[in-house]
Write a protein that binds this ligand. Structure first.
Ligand code: COA
Length: 165
């Protein structure tokens, strides 16, 4: 009787818990088991819906990028990549949050972590190509649209950027 009450109480509190508080953001090492999870997540969220796949060549070119993952109880639920462009500019790309966990603040946490990391590495500007469906997400985080819409992977995109100070 008591056990049942506590199980129900736990489930209620777990449901109400703010997921942002328990998400862990950390760097992922290229070619590690965590990296395999990351590619799987990006494939599911960003590539499969478009009928596309990553090529071996594309994945090889990611070796010198920063890979950042969002973990919930040890499970990868979001990720993004940072690719140095020049000594001051870094490109944010492949931003993806698992469907079940979208709109819970995880994307925002990933971007904020990345901005801190970019500053630590002495970059002062982040650029990105935003899908039109994600533009409002980046606007809320202080990114600005630069220029006209263009097509990438067959969908409309906007170049956006943010100065980090
Ligand atoms: C876009 C994406 C990365 C955002 O991550 P998320 O975890 O769902 O977003 P968050 O919950 O952190 O949202 C942060 C804020 O942006 C807003 N927001 C997020 N996505 C939005 C969207 N598509 N349109 C409008 N607002 C959006 C949220 O409402 C929230 O606002 P608030 O701070 O006022 O509450 C995620 O939804 C995703 O992976 N989408 C599919 C893949 C994709 O489009 N990736 C981007 C490629 S450029």
């Amino acid at each position: 009787m008591y056990a049942r009450f506590f199980v129900l109480l736990f489930l209620y509190l777990y449901e109400k818990m703010d997921i942002k508080m328990i998400i862990e953001i950390k760097e992922i090492e290229y070619d590690s088991p965590e990296y395999k999870d990351e590619v799987e997540l990006r494939d599911k969220i960003l590539r499969e819906p478009l009928g596309l796949n990553f090529t071996a060549e594309q994945l090889k070119s990611e070796e010198n990028e920063y890979h950042i993952g969002a973990y919930l109880s040890g499970k990868l639920v979001g990720c993004l990549l940072l690719k140095p462009v020049d000594s001051k500019t870094i490109k944010m790309r492949q931003v993806a949050v698992d469907g079940t966990y979208q709109a819970k603040g995880i994307g925002k946490k990933l971007v904020e972590y990345s901005e801190r990391l970019a500053l630590e590495k002495n970059f002062d500007k982040i650029i990105l190509n935003a899908r039109d469906t994600a533009v409002k997400f980046y606007l809320k985080l202080g990114y600005r649209i630069e220029g006209e819409m263009f097509i990438e992977v067959e969908i409309p995109h906007y170049r956006m950027s943010k100065k980090l100070f």
